[in-house]
Design a binder for this molecule. Structure first.
Ligand SMILES: Cc1ncc(COP(=O)(O)O)c(C=O)c1O
Length: 365
């Protein structure tokens, strides 16, 4: 027992607990800007669809209902500009975290394979490689990686934690490089609809992929754009050969999105109004927190998209975490996302307007 868990890193959030206790002891209560978990209501149109599908006694399918596949394919064409989407080119997953964590295993990667991901990244890319006993490597520029043994390349634009957006040229160059070297490219685009000072582009855009989805898969999630983190709804879109293989494996593994969640996902993908409303909430919180942090002496890098501000006081991230915890504000230390982040903190703007206003008040000089 314990042999598999010993392959995994220490769960980083446990290290934040003492600072959480400090922040929680603040007389005005904690302002938790650490985990980027949505706090606003699930859109009514989505709640209604979930409720209407609550009488679902039978097993759902892993591939999802034809209506769900239509909704995903249609959304990819409408929002990503993808062309020629078919049912074979889409696959629902049970939230994107499980996919990220188990993809190398489901692709059959092992000790002779390498997985690459950005130098500063969502930690689950590494977890996925470790679960499969694959090697892993962090990159600054993916096209400078040694392609020998490299089987899976992760992109993440907009980035967690930095909010950086890859340009169309960077994406195009990387897709071409991955194809030239036979490396499968997965692009995690779960913040694509949360661009503020940049317009994020999908790898499925014809200008990037040349109209073919060969060797590329985009990962999308409804957690952030539709406040559905509690529903576990996400999907893949891209190369039908890759998705067909994953579908077979996931069928045997029973990785089904619950039927009411499939119905809710169809409603969410068909409605842009709630996305516009949610974006407006985040935009206001982002502006307020950004100005407050700058006024407090922080520098902010990247952060042109996503739900985070990547901020520094040019000191150890843990000193910044402690400084803010003393003011009742909890943020994530940058080294959770790789050693290169050790002088930054990640400030999420997923808190209520009231809590954000309270943080702004406490940061005032
Ligand atoms: C880059 C990135 N990918 C994937 C996920 C997982 O999202 P979910 O499992 O809710 O779809 C997150 C969550 O924060 C993330 O930041």
């Amino acid at each position: 027992m314990g042999a598999v868990s010993s392959r995994l890193p220490v769960f980083p959030w446990d290290k934040l607990e003492p600072y959480k206790a400090t922040a929680a002891a603040h007389p005005g209560g904690i302002v938790d800007l650490s985990v980027g978990t949505p706090v606003d209501p699930v859109p009514e149109v989505v709640q209604k669809a979930l409720t209407a599908a609550s009488d679902s006694p039978g097993y759902p399918t892993v591939w999802g209902t034809p209506e769900l596949r239509d909704a995903i394919a249609g959304w990819c064409e409408r929002r990503l500009g993808a062309r020629g989407m078919t049912h074979q080119g889409v696959l629902p997953v049970v939230g994107s975290k499980e996919l990220v964590a188990w993809l190398p295993t489901q692709l059959g990667l092992g000790p002779d394979a390498k997985v690459a991901y950005p130098r500063l990244a969502y930690p689950t890319y590494e977890v996925g490689a470790r679960l499969a006993r694959a090697e892993y490597v962090a990159y600054d520029d993916p096209t400078e990686l040694d392609p020998a043994g490299l089987k899976l390349l992760w992109l993440n634009s907009p980035s967690n934690p930095t909010g950086r957006v890859l340009t169309k040229d960077e994406l195009t160059r990387t897709v071409a490089w991955a194809r030239e070297h036979g490396v499968l490219l997965f692009s995690d685009e779960c913040y694509l609809e949360l661009g503020w000072e940049a317009e994020p582009v999908s790898v499925l855009h014809p200008d990037v992929c040349g109209g073919s989805h060969e060797g590329i898969v985009a990962v999308h999630s409804l957690s952030k754009r539709s406040n559905l983190a509690g529903y576990r709804s996400a999907f893949l879109a891209g190369d039908p050969a890759v998705l067909g293989e994953l579908l077979q494996i996931r069928k045997h593994g029973g990785m089904m999105t619950p039927a009411p969640v499939q119905a809710a996902t169809i409603a969410a993908l068909g409605d842009d109004t709630h996305v516009t409303e949610q974006r407006a909430r985040y935009a206001a919180r982002r502006t307020a927190l950004r100005e407050a942090l700058l006024g407090h002496g922080f520098r902010i890098e990247h952060s042109e998209a996503s739900l985070y501000l990547w901020a520094t006081r040019d000191e150890s991230c843990w000193s910044t975490v402690a400084h803010l915890a003393d003011r009742g504000i909890l943020v994530a230390p940058g080294d959770f996302y790789g050693p290169a982040g050790d002088r930054f903190v990640r400030v999420a703007f997923t808190a209520t307007d009231e809590r954000v206003a309270e943080a702004v008040r406490r940061l005032a000089p």
